[in-house]
Design a protein. Structure first.
Length: 187
């Protein structure tokens, strides 16, 4: 056996060892992280990361518990876009959780916020058709198009009490919102 054959065998042995070790670590990590649960719509999968426990617990108390899961609100509803977003979010969440690189309380990013807004409007189309923020806030300055999302006013819908973080207390049109709520209660 000449020197080039020995080097080739050594290279093959090292390659097999590295590939086998990587595969073993990957499978063990996937199993430890309960990876198969992420292929479902089960909200329990979202609490595999301890950081999501408050969001899950508040969802259990929310009005949407019986109507929508995490996937229904936080991912696109259509085919490939849904699975691409699920993969992207899974990667970003696992990276942030592993590196402990996330804000507390956890915050939705801009892209996912747009998806959430689209899903609110899609599921509640019959209710929201023709509705504008200026109708909800008659005493406030007219908002610019797209300025307010559904969760601007309905922060506590998907995540119950946990999601309300004082934003409405500082909103200049809060008086209009309170007036709207009072008139709805009196009907």
């Amino acid at each position: 056996m000449d020197a080039s054959d020995k080097r080739l065998r050594l290279l093959l042995l090292v390659t097999v060892f590295v590939a086998g070790t990587s595969l073993g670590i990957g499978v063990a990590t996937f199993e430890y992280a309960e990876g198969t649960s992420y292929f479902s719509k089960d909200p329990e999968a979202c609490v595999n990361c301890h950081i999501m426990r408050p969001q899950y617990d508040s969802w259990l108390k929310s009005s949407h518990r019986s109507a929508a899961t995490c996937v229904d609100c936080h991912l696109p509803h259509e085919g490939l876009a849904k699975y691409l977003a699920k993969a992207e979010n899974g990667w970003n969440h696992s990276k942030a959780f592993t590196l402990q690189n996330f804000k507390e309380p956890i915050q939705i990013n801009e892209k996912n916020s747009r998806t959430l807004q689209q899903n609110c409007l899609s599921c509640h189309a019959a209710l929201t058709h023709g509705m504008t923020a200026s109708q909800a806030f008659p005493d406030a300055e007219a908002p610019k198009p797209g300025q307010f999302s559904c969760v601007h006013c309905h922060q506590d819908v998907g995540h119950g009490e946990r999601a309300t973080m004082g934003v409405l207390d500082s909103y200049p049109g809060r008086a209009g919102l309170q007036q709207l709520r009072k008139s709805l209660k009196n009907q």
